[in-house]
Design a protein around this ligand. Sequence first.
Ligand SMILES: [Fe+2]
Ligand SMILES: [Fe+2]
Length: 435
Amino acid sequence: MRRIETLRAQIEQWPEEFRRVGQELVTSYEQELADMTRQLAQTYEELVLLYDLGERVVTLLDENAVAEVSLQEIGDLLAVEGGCVCLRRDAGQRPEDWVVQNTTRPLSAADERVLHQASAAVLERERPRIVNNVAEAFAVPGTRLCTLLSAPLRVRERTIGVLHVFNKEDGEFRAEDMKLLSTVATQAAIAMDNSRLLALERQRRREVEQTYQATLQALSNALDLRDTETQEHALRVQEYTVRLARELDLTGEHLTNIRRGALLHDIGKIGVPDRILLKPGKLTPEEWKIMTLHPTLGHQMIQGIEFLEKADPIVLYHHERYDGQGYPHGLAGEDIPIDARLFAVADALDAITSERPYRQGQPYAVARAEIEKNAHTQFDPLVVDLFLRVPPEEWEDIRHRVAQALKTASNREDEFVRLVQQIRAERTRLEGNKG
Ligand SMILES: [Fe+2]
Ligand SMILES: [Fe+2]
């Protein structure tokens, strides 16, 4: 601006006949400069806005939220009455395959018909489109839409939908509006696609998780058929171990693995013959040797089953003792994985407090004394401390909850339990006949 002032001062010195032409030139130069500055400022503002929008939208994990934020921002920027997103149902090609979503203003059936047609046209051309006379272009009576600007939501060479804004407040849509909407549409499409992929991934994970649960259930049911230690024991001991693990602030995947390990701890007993597994009296040394194989058998069973391999610390080491006198490997102290050290206390708690065919369940106080007495020998003293920190009522509460859960299990499971009882009764009868 200072240069213009200097220029004007210089022109004042010019001869009369050139002075007017000179001044006119400076004025138009000044005008042009002002226009350029204004345009530059506007472009800068738009860039900042697009950048902000991009930043905000990529962090959104929900398709609807992406659409809403994008529409709100572009609506403000272009000064329009409203906007919406149209998505295609099952990749259909016809106007009726479109669904209008995320409308910022209420739309009539006629408005929606216009938007369906406009979307189909954008899909066909794969390019943005301005319609400044909706009545003429679409011949849909009764629509409130006058002007319409639409851009395809394209990602990975596919059009997943169309972004529309309508009724520009200061007249008609222009080419620069189209450019802006296209940029917003590109960002929105990427963000929407990401959120879709994420949703799919979550769904897939849920399905895998369900398969895992079913497999776990099948395994533990299979053991239930064989062993006198019931499924109830496995469920209780699972919850007890998890409770101890929480006291140690273990979370997430580690907790899941502990859960699975505790449920399946005796799965290897499936491989122990009935005459030993179900023998009512004392086992001979030979029989006992076979019985002590069950952690190793269990370990072998879950090898190669990816989601169960991490349950191995409990399956393989649940009969190890802190003083190294356990089996199958005679590990001692912290060489025994923490999962198994936690489990050992939980298993003892349940063994002492539960009813067995040969004796009544003991009260908590007895279990507590027994566990305290065996710190440093059978149990890790650190885990015994964790156990003592949990109030007795909580253990009782867990016990109660497991019993309730089993009671309210579905009919199918009830049927299964009845079947197990029948098979067991039959087996006892046959064994009785033999003996
Ligand atoms: Fe065991
Ligand atoms: Fe057990």
